[in-house]
Write a protein that binds this ligand. Structure first.
Ligand SMILES: CC(C)(COP(=O)(O)OP(=O)(O)OC[C@H]1O[C@@H](n2cnc3c(N)ncnc32)[C@H](O)[C@@H]1OP(=O)(O)O)[C@@H](O)C(=O)NCCC(=O)NCCS
Length: 176
C-alpha cells in the first residue's frame, strides 16, 4: 500500500493541520502542562499524511531559522508538532513523516543541523531515529523577552555538519 506524503506551506496548510493538533494537544490539557504558557513559532512547512480511512493521520512541522550557536550564526532546521491521530498510531506514520521532514531540511543546503524539543516519554522514539540529546543551554524569545528554554529537552540531528552536542543555542525567535 502506498502512502501519500504532502509537504505544504505552513500557513496555507494550517486549517488542515489544526483539527489534528487540537485533538492531540487539547487547549484545556495543554494549559496545565509545564510548557502550556509557551508561545510557539508557526511552522514554515508541514508534512501531512492522510489516513486511508479518511482525514489527516499525521503531522510534522518544519521550521527554518537563523539561530546562534556559541554566538555564531547558523541556519538550522526545526521539527515540531510531531503528532499522529490516536487511532492511526504504530503504523509507522510519524517515522515516515519525520524522514520526509529531515529529507526536506537536507535539501536546503544552508541548513547545518536540525533541532527538536520533546518530553521524556519520546526520548527513545527520537534516539532510535538518529537524534542525539543536546546537553547545552537553549535560549528563545517570548513576548516578555528572552528566556532560557528548559521546559522540554532538546535533541539534534546531523545534516550538513555534525550538530553540536554542547554549548549555547540561541533560537533567535520563538521556540517550536
Ligand atoms: C509520538 C507519536 C507521534 C508517534 O506516532 P506514530 O505514528 O505512532 O509513530 P510510528 O508508528 O512511526 O512509531 C511508533 C512506534 O510504533 C512502532 N511501529 C511502527 N509501525 C508499526 C507497525 N506496523 N506495527 C507495530 N508497531 C509499529 C514503531 O517501531 C515505534 O516504536 P519504537 O519507537 O519503539 O520504534 C504519537 O504517539 C503521538 O502523536 N503522540 C502524542 C504527541 C506527541 O507526544 N508527539 C511528539 C512530540 S515531540
Amino acid at each position: 500500500m502506498s502512502i501519500e506524503i504532502d509537504v505544504l506551506n505552513g500557513d496555507a496548510s494550517w486549517t488542515l493541520a489544526e483539527p489534528l493538533l487540537n485533538a492531540v494537544w487539547p487547549a484545556q490539557e495543554v494549559e496545565k502542562l509545564p510548557w502550556g504558557h509557551i508561545q510557539w513559532a508557526h511552522a514554515d512547512l508541514r508534512v501531512l499524511i492522510d489516513a486511508p480511512e479518511g482525514g489527516l493521520a499525521c503531522h510534522v512541522g518544519i521550521y527554518f531559522r537563523t539561530a546562534a550557536w556559541n554566538g555564531r550564526k547558523f541556519q538550522i532546521g526545526g521539527i515540531g508538532g510531531v503528532s499522529t491521530r490516536p487511532d492511526c498510531r504504530r503504523r509507522g506514520y510519524a517515522s515516515i513523516a519525520l524522514d520526509a521532514a529531515v529529507r526536506t531540511l537536507r535539501d536546503h543546503e544552508a541548513v547545518q543541523f536540525a533541532l527538536l524539543f520533546c518530553e521524556p516519554h519520546n526520548f527513545a522514539f527520537y534516539r532510535s531515529r538518529g537524534w542525539h540529546p543536546f546537553a547545552g543551554e537553549i535560549y528563545a524569545e517570548q513576548p516578555d523577552g528572552k528566556i532560557r528554554f528548559e521546559v522540554m529537552a532538546p535533541f539534534v540531528f546531523d545534516l550538513n555538519r555534525r550538530a553540536p552536542r554542547l554549548g549555547t543555542i540561541d533560537l533567535c525567535g520563538l521556540p517550536w
